[in-house]
Design a binder for this molecule. Structure first.
Ligand SMILES: C[S@@+](CC[C@H](N)C(=O)[O-])C[C@H]1O[C@@H](n2cnc3c(N)ncnc32)[C@H](O)[C@@H]1O
Length: 312
């Protein structure tokens, strides 16, 4: 059975975006256009959606889906990084937007059918690039980063407690032969972590996440995109982001708190010197998570968190 990508928290996203006819929406993660199609239906015929994805296969899939729904005339699609939002909208002579949406991470298509080594349960070449024109691949990271650099990214981006042992095992293995495939890397990780200390879930999960984040520069793109989206957002405009792990969620939470005017001065200072300024408010005091029904239908939704911000 072909496992299609099911859009996560679809109804919640549409409801929180509170869309109206004529809105200009930036969807930075088109994927299979699951959310996109719902958004376009709500803003057409007077609105426009600018959709971006780094993956040209995702752009083709999204374009086909949008066309099959008869919605093509309401969209501009670009293969680009959502972090370039200012430049992207400028290309279409758009100066400001009403809604900004991101559904982070990777799609089921990328995980299960791209052949790019995103999954630790398949034997595929170590690649992990969303953008096939990107310079850095998982192969480069695994075979060319120093042991110290590997340890650092496994710890920072994977929160992997065995980062030092795994980095050491990789450095030692590649002395005799380059590590080319996912299954080789999985085996090295398994050997490096004593069985009795293996945590819940697959032992390679955290390291694969860390390498993917590094290859695609995911955290820096997210931080830049939020800052720049806020600048080009119209008054009463909204930003909605779905994250899938704690590092992404922390970035979104911290940015929204800063936008909401949270002072970050040390508590003993008599006056605020950090320049905190309220530019809007957080609509989701706690992140919105998937219902039991959704997590049963779509296990990917289990770790999803949706946060939404509205500009003053
Ligand atoms: C979870 S999928 C989106 C799924 C989509 N919302 C749907 O319902 O079909 C995430 C997509 O974001 C893309 N992506 C990841 N980082 C990106 C970036 N920095 N800029 C543009 N696209 C990115 C991936 O290639 C992937 O197609």
């Amino acid at each position: 059975m072909i496992n299609v990508h099911l859009p996560v928290l679809r109804e919640e996203v549409v409801s929180y975006l509170s869309l109206k006819k004529g809105d200009i929406v930036f969807d930075g993660t088109l994927g299979g256009a699951g959310h996109t199609v719902e958004i376009i239906k709500a803003i057409a015929p007077t609105g426009k959606l600018i959709g971006a994805d780094l993956d040209s296969q995702a752009i083709s899939t999204a374009a086909r889906k949008i066309e099959s729904e008869g919605l093509k005339k309401y969209v501009y699609l670009v293969k680009d990084n959502y972090a370039n939002i200012k430049n992207i909208i400028g290309r279409f002579d758009i100066k400001s937007i009403d809604r900004f949406f991101l559904d982070l991470g990777l799609s089921s298509n990328q995980l299960e059918r791209s052949g790019r080594g995103f999954s630790y349960i398949r034997k595929e070449k170590l690649d992990m690039r969303f953008d096939q024109d990107g310079d850095l691949s998982a192969y480069d990271v695994v075979n060319e980063y120093s042991e110290e650099e590997l340890k650092d990214i496994f710890y920072r981006y994977g929160e992997e407690p065995w980062s030092a042992s795994i980095a050491k095992a990789i450095a030692s293995t590649r002395q005799s032969k380059a590590i080319e495939f996912t299954d080789e890397l999985v085996e090295i990780i398994k050997q490096a972590v004593p069985a009795k200390f293996r945590y819940k879930g697959h032992p390679a999960k955290r390291v694969f996440q860390a390498i993917r984040i590094e290859v695609n520069g995911e955290l820096s793109s997210l931080a830049k995109a939020l800052t720049d989206a806020m600048d080009v957002l119209n008054p009463q405009g909204r930003i909605a982001v779905i994250t899938f792990h704690s590092l992404e969620d922390r970035i979104v939470k911290n940015h929204f708190e800063t936008f909401a005017g949270k002072c970050i001065c040390p508590p003993d200072l008599p006056i605020c010197v950090c320049g905190a300024k309220k530019r809007g408010f957080i609509l989701t005091k706690k992140p919105v998570i998937a219902s039991r029904e959704e997590t049963e239908q779509n296990p990917r939704s289990k770790s999803a968190k949706l946060r939404v911000f509205e500009k003053l």
